[in-house]
Design a protein around this ligand. Structure first.
Ligand code: ZN
Length: 335
C-alpha cells in the first residue's frame, strides 16, 4: 500500500463521492429528495356523539373524534400546513346494505359538511368503502354463500361516492378493490353533476397484516373470512401495474399504493410506468411499529418517521397518507 499512497495527494482517485458529503450545507445542496407538508394527507376517524376524543391504543396520538372535536383537530392539521385529510367514518348502526355509507345524514356526509364549513381551504377526501358500514365488515355486498359480490358492491359504492360529493367532499377515494368501480363511480359522479370531483383510487391495495391497528380504529374487522378475494396478494407486482392501468383507463385521477414502506418497489414501478400522481399510504401497522419501538427506546422515533417518509417519497410517491402528517409537518416547518 505504502507506495501507491502519495504523501500529498493520497490515493490516485479521480472520484471521491465523499466530497459532497463533507458538510451539512453541501449535503443539503445535493439532496435528491425533499419532504414538504404539501405532500401529506392526514387520515381522521369520525364517530357519533359529542365531545368524544378516544385515543386509538395501537396508534398513539391518533383519536376517534366526534364532529365537534373533528373541527378542532382539523384546525391543527391546517395550522401544521397539511393541505388535506382523509375521512373515515364509524356509523351509529351497521347493516347488510351499508346504508350509513351513502345516507345523506351519514357520519362522513355530516363530517364533510361540517369540515368544509369550518375550514373551506382544507381538502376533504372521503374514503369510499362499505366495510365500516356493513354488519359483516366486508368491503362489499356478501352473497348467501359468503362470497363478496363485485357488481352489486360497485353500485352501492357509486351511490356512496355521489353522496360524499354532494356533501362537499373535494375528492373521493374508493378503497374497496372491486373490479370496475372507478369507471362506475366516474360515470355516476358525472351524471349527477360532479364531473369536477377527482377520484383518488386505491389502485394497488394489498391484503396485508399491516392494517391491524386500523381495524381497531375504524371498527372494520371482517366478522368472517378475510379480504384476500378482493385485496391483492403481497407477492405480486405485475398485477399492481395491471390494476393501476385499469383504474387510469377507467378515469382515476390519482392512483394509490397501500401499504407504503414494505411495498416501495411497487411504488417505484408504478411511478416509472405511469404519469398520474402517485399516492402511497403509510398504514397503521407501519406507524405503530415506529411508535412502539420509539416508546421502548429501541429507535429514535423522530428520525425513523422522517426516514420512512423520505424513503416513500424517494420511491416515487407524490403524496403520502400518513398518521405522522401533523408531526412531520411541524418538524419540517421548524427547519
Ligand atoms: Zn373497506
Amino acid at each position: 500500500m505504502a507506495q501507491i499512497i502519495h504523501p500529498v495527494r493520497g490515493l490516485p482517485l479521480v472520484h471521491r463521492p465523499r466530497r459532497l458529503r463533507e458538510t451539512p450545507a453541501i449535503r443539503r445542496m445535493v439532496r435528491e429528495t425533499r419532504l414538504d407538508p404539501s405532500a401529506f394527507i392526514f387520515p381522521m376517524f369520525v364517530v357519533p356523539g359529542e365531545n368524544v376524543r378516544t385515543e386509538i391504543p395501537p396508534m398513539p396520538g391518533n383519536f376517534q373524534v366526534s364532529l365537534d372535536i373533528l373541527i378542532d383537530e382539523a384546525a391543527e392539521v391546517v395550522e401544521a400546513g397539511v393541505p388535506a385529510v382523509m375521512l373515515f367514518g364509524i356509523p351509529e348502526t351497521k347493516d347488510e346494505e351499508a346504508t350509513g355509507a351513502w345516507a345523506e345524514d351519514g357520519i362522513i356526509q355530516r363530517a364533510t359538511r361540517a369540515l368544509k364549513r369550518a375550514h373551506p381551504e382544507l381538502v376533504v377526501i372521503a374514503d369510499t368503502c362499505l366495510c365500516e358500514y356493513m354488519s359483516h365488515g366486508h368491503c362489499g355486498v356478501v352473497a348467501e354463500d359468503g362470497r363478496v359480490e363485485n357488481d352489486a358492491s360497485v353500485e352501492i359504492l357509486a351511490r356512496t361516492a355521489v353522496s360524499q360529493a354532494r356533501a362537499g367532499a373535494d375528492m373521493v377515494a374508493p378503497s374497496d378493490m372491486m373490479d370496475g368501480r372507478i369507471g362506475a363511480i366516474r360515470e355516476t359522479l358525472d351524471e349527477e353533476g360532479f364531473s369536477r370531483v377527482p377520484i383518488m383510487s386505491y389502485a394497488a391495495k394489498y391484503a396485508t397484516c399491516f392494517y391491524g391497528p386500523f381495524r381497531v380504529a375504524a371498527d372494520s374487522t371482517p366478522a368472517f373470512g378475510d379480504r384476500r378475494s378482493y385485496q391483492m396478494d403481497p407477492a405480486n407486482v405485475r398485477e399492481a401495474l395491471r390494476e393501476v392501468a385499469l383504474d387510469i383507463e377507467e378515469g382515476a385521477d390519482i392512483i394509490m399504493v397501500k401499504p407504503a414502506l414494505p411495498y416501495l418497489d411497487v411504488i417505484c414501478r408504478v411511478r416509472e410506468a405511469f404519469d398520474a400522481p402517485v399516492a402511497a399510504y403509510q398504514v397503521s401497522g407501519e406507524f405503530a411499529m415506529i411508535k412502539a419501538a420509539a416508546q421502548n427506546g429501541w429507535i429514535d422515533g423522530e428520525l425513523a418517521m422522517m426516514e420512512a417518509l423520505t424513503s416513500i417519497k424517494r420511491a416515487g410517491a407524490d403524496l403520502i397518507l400518513t398518521y405522522f402528517a401533523k408531526d412531520a409537518a411541524r418538524l419540517l416547518k421548524a427547519g
